[in-house]
Write a protein that binds this ligand. Structure first.
Ligand code: IPE
Ligand code: IPE
Ligand code: MG
Length: 256
């Protein structure tokens, strides 16, 4: 009821200073984004794919600041999948340099904005320069209490689940876990996302309508929002559109 009242008010363009018309209770706690379309954005401009990835970094910055401003608590950004290693070596090398580049330029401002950096992914296959940059940012922002900026880097949902199953099987073998006690929570604790709530809202840019091995377990009841806009041209306005649409959805979780 309250939600409906607020929805009507936001339609009437009554805005709050904090959330521009989205009442605080309608701001998702956790937004996850499949940042897609960098290559096509560049191609459309006659530029190399790398120019698209470079421009995509700027979108990461503006959406992080906006999410923080709106009071989103967790922002998970899919930056590199376990399947992206299939790309040409030059592109993979470029992508592996981006975290370092991004953090060199932006870390200070992230700290000033009270942002906590985290990473969700298979650390073992990352080159040391990539992992070190991320670990340094994690350490330097560990005491912050604002938005959690979670980079899904070398992340793959199937690998994540496979490793969870292996770990659970080992616990059972070692007598640490009774199969009867394997529930949603026990599985959740074995996933790379164990410190995060499930995403409330998933955004994918670039017009692709698929999950591409992203958070398959965690997205079970997330609201999905797709846009044709390529990631480098994704702005605060698009982000707000997604959040406003989220506020109009009725989440039923199988109930009535
Ligand atoms: C997303 O853009 C960035 C990564 C997957 C690393 P793409 O590089 O996938 O761009 P398109 O989909 O080829 O346009
Ligand atoms: C998903 O995008 C991975 C990231 C955004 C990091 P892809 O461009 O790799 O996905 P597909 O290949 O189109 O499914
Ligand atoms: Mg793509």
């Amino acid at each position: 009821m309250i939600k409906r009242l607020w929805a009507n008010r936001s339609k009437a363009k009554v805005s709050l200073p904090h959330t521009d018309g989205v009442p605080p209770e309608n701001v998702p706690e956790h937004v996850a984004i499949i940042m897609d379309g960098n290559g096509r954005w560049a191609k459309r401009r006659g530029l190399p794919r790398m120019a698209g990835h470079h421009s995509g970094m700027k979108a990461v910055k503006r959406i992080t600041i906006e999410a923080n401003r709106l009071g989103v608590k967790y922002l998970t950004l899919y930056a590199f999948s376990t399947e992206n290693w299939k790309r040409p070596k030059a592109e993979v090398d470029f992508l592996m340099k981006l975290p370092q580049q991004f953090l060199e330029i932006e870390l200070e401002e992230l700290i000033a904005n009270n942002v906590q950096v985290k990473m969700m992914g298979h650390r073992e296959d990352l080159p040391p320069h990539t992992l070190n940059a991320v670990e340094e940012a994690i350490a330097k922002t560990a005491g912050n209490t604002g938005l959690v900026l979670n980079f899904a880097l070398n992340y793959g949902s199937r690998k994540e689940m496979l490793e969870a199953v292996q770990s659970i099987a080992a616990d059972v073998r070692d007598g640490k876990l009774d199969p009867k006690d394997i529930d949603d929570e026990a599985i959740g604790k074995k996933l790379l996302s164990k410190e995060l709530p499930d995403p409330d809202l998933l955004i994918r840019t670039s017009g692709e309508l698929r999950l591409s091995n992203f958070m398959l377990w965690q997205l079970a009841y997330s609201e999905l929002w797709f846009t044709d806009v390529y990631w480098p041209e994704f702005t605060e306005k698009h982000f707000n559109e997604a959040i406003e649409e989220y506020g109009r959805r009725a989440r039923r979780y199988g109930g009535v």
